[in-house]
Design a protein around this ligand. Structure first.
Ligand code: ATR
Length: 288
């Protein structure tokens, strides 16, 4: 049953993902599996859309009555100008990764940050309320994650970045009721010592630079039992996570963020609960 979904007919709804490049994307196998698994009459394809064609794509999506689409690099910010409404989560993140069509309107959402947080809770069993969180990096990925973390009522969030001004900008943008600090790499050791969760949002450690540790972090600075989380999923277990595990920390890999951002997109499109386990199985198989 998992392999046979509804046959394509004149009611089949089109979804997809746009990016440049796009042929590496695991979204089509993951979302196609989700549609099959739930019996939703839909197909999901990868579209190679260049920056010059972004406006034309949005108009085409309206014209064809696509159900919606995901947006990946490099279009997550540029797509916003071509949508009719932007959800507050996407406004806060400054980026859209999921578009839902309602009637003639295209509405932009961001499921990366909330997908990451749901993954952290469901896969790592992490409690966020009242906890002290350290976020490494202050780029686009950090921005969305920080806003989603802030909604969970943490006791404190420290943003640590190589470039101080970017850490300050992101810390400033957090809601006023969240205790926060912007720190540099020199303060990382002290911040780790009483952190419950340390999250790498930088690209340090990503293949082929698998020897890199984000901001030179030493996992032994962390408390045993604290959660080490990495949004890098290539490799699935980064050096940071390997060393954190040896230091007695709980670990959480980056694949979950990818799976759950897709799960939220599926749920926004269909109104049904996403078949997360099947989606994960498909992605892991596709990554080989
Ligand atoms: P993304 O959208 O993936 O977050 P980005 O906006 O370019 O990409 O941000 C990358 C983040 O990773 C930044 O915080 C960057 O630090 P700087 O602001 O100082 O540039 C950080 N980063 C990237 N490579 C890094 C490395 N090797 N060591 C430490 N930080 C790194």
């Amino acid at each position: 049953a998992a392999e046979a979904g509804p046959a394509i007919d004149s009611h089949t709804v089109l979804y997809g993902v746009i990016g440049d490049p796009i042929r590496h994307s695991k979204s089509p196998v993951m979302l196609s599996r989700a549609f099959r698994e739930t019996g939703v009459n839909a197909v999901y394809l990868a579209f190679h859309v260049t920056a010059e064609r972004l406006a034309a794509f949005a108009e085409g999506a309206r014209a064809m009555g696509m159900g919606g689409f995901n947006v990946t690099i490099p279009h997550k910010t540029a797509i916003m100008a071509h949508l009719d409404e932007i959800d507050p989560t996407a406004e806060a993140a400054g980026a859209v990764n999921t578009v839902v069509r309602r009637e003639d309107k295209l509405i932009g959402y961001n499921t990366d940050g909330i997908g990451y947080v749901r993954s952290l809770k469901e896969e790592a069993g992490a409690e966020l309320s009242g906890r002290r969180i350290v976020v490494l990096g202050a780029g686009g990925a950090a921005r969305g994650i920080l806003h989603a973390l802030a909604l969970e009522k943490p006791a404190h969030i420290a943003v640590v970045n190589r470039t101080a001004a970017r850490a300050e900008a992101l810390a400033q943008a957090l809601p006023a009721d969240v205790p926060k600090a912007a720190l540099g790499p020199d303060d990382l050791r002290e911040a780790c010592a009483d952190a419950d969760i340390v999250i790498n949002t930088t690209s340090a450690g990503m293949s082929p630079n698998t020897d890199e540790l984000p901001l030179g972090i030493d996992a032994s600075w962390m408390k045993p039992g604290a959660v080490a989380s990495d949004i890098v999923y290539n490799p699935m277990r980064t050096r940071f996570l390997e060393e954190a595990e040896r230091a007695g920390c709980r670990t959480h890999g980056g694949l979950g963020m990818f799976i759950y951002q897709g799960a939220y997109a599926f749920e926004y499109w269909t109104g049904q609960a996403a078949p997360v386990a099947a989606m994960r199985e498909t992605v892991i198989r596709a990554l080989g």
